[in-house]
Design a protein around this ligand. Structure first.
Ligand SMILES: [Zn+2]
Ligand SMILES: [Zn+2]
Length: 285
């Protein structure tokens, strides 16, 4: 199983000299296994590059998962090449109570106002599916477990499994406990932490929102984003193997992200690295 980063930024795309090495595009990750349709998780501005690769690779089936529909996770959809390919079948999974609600949510963005092409007029064959907490499902070669996160308006994380390999994608989320309780306080996990720990159990890779430093989190607790020390604590409590710090602040320069990576490279308990656009992790064997 291979996990590739096409956009690692939160909030807004930030091209420029200060973000050249880690990349300025917003959230988009691809999960692949040999001989199966690729799974695209979130469709931020990084999805444009991924879409071009998929069209060139003549993929006829693509599965896409949305965590939520904040703009930094959906802005790449109108520029994701496979949606304009008549030979392509696309299944798009959206957190919603019903299939109609899932379609309506996506259709609000592709409706002729914010983009000239409407969802119902796309050249590809598009199936929109709804995803609910407590209902695991299969997409192509992958078994997927949704889990509820802590983010304004709601957001789902996903555990994606193939055989005995697993990646857990947790963007966007604030810590799942207040500072005076649960893992934040070094105490037994809260109820919400317990469900997320179950999703994280012995994961080979965790990709997690660490947009803030601890001090920024304390200032902006209601914004729904986390910080590295909490992500590490959560991964260690779940026995996860690797952690990708992800959904970087638009203000985080390459130099700041280098320093973050150097700091965590010294850490003994867990393999922690800073996600970089264009980077990938191979989870085979
Ligand atoms: Zn976001
Ligand atoms: Zn968000």
């Amino acid at each position: 199983m291979k996990v590739s980063f096409f956009g690692v930024r939160g909030s807004i795309a930030v091209p420029g000299d200060d973000t050249r090495r880690y990349g300025g595009n917003t959230s988009c990750v691809q999960v692949q296994v040999e001989g199966a349709p690729p799974l695209v998780v979130d469709c931020g501005s990084g999805a444009r590059t991924l879409g071009r690769e998929l069209v060139l690779g003549q993929h006829h089936h693509v599965d896409m998962l949305f965590t939520h529909l904040h703009l930094d996770h959906v802005s790449g959809l109108p520029f994701f090449g496979p949606i304009y390919s008549p030979n392509c079948r696309l299944s798009i999974s959206v957190p919603a109570i019903t299939k109609d609600e899932a379609e309506a949510k996506l259709g609000r963005y592709l409706n002729g106002v914010y983009h000239p092409v409407r969802l119902r007029d796309l050249a590809a064959t598009v199936h929109v599916e709804h995803v609910r907490i407590g209902r695991d499902f299969d997409r192509g070669a992958f078994h997927i477990e949704p889990v509820r996160l802590n983010h304004p308006g709601g957001c789902f994380g996903y555990r994606v499994e193939h055989g005995d390999r697993s990646v857990v994608y947790l963007a966007d989320t604030a810590p799942l406990s207040r500072l005076d309780e649960g893992l934040s306080a070094g105490s037994p996990p809260t109820a919400l932490e317990t469900t997320v720990l179950h999703a994280l159990r012995e994961a080979d890779l965790v990709v997690m929102d660490t947009m803030f430093s601890f001090d920024e989190y304390v200032e902006k607790m209601t914004w729904g984003h986390g910080y590295p020390e909490y992500a590490v604590r959560l991964c260690e409590a779940a026995g996860a193997r690797r952690l990708a710090l992800y959904h970087h602040s638009p203000d985080a320069t390459d130099q700041a992200l280098d320093e973050l990576g150097e700091r965590w490279a010294q850490y003994q308990g867990l393999d922690v690295f800073v996600a970089r656009e264009g980077g990938s992790v191979d989870l085979e064997g």
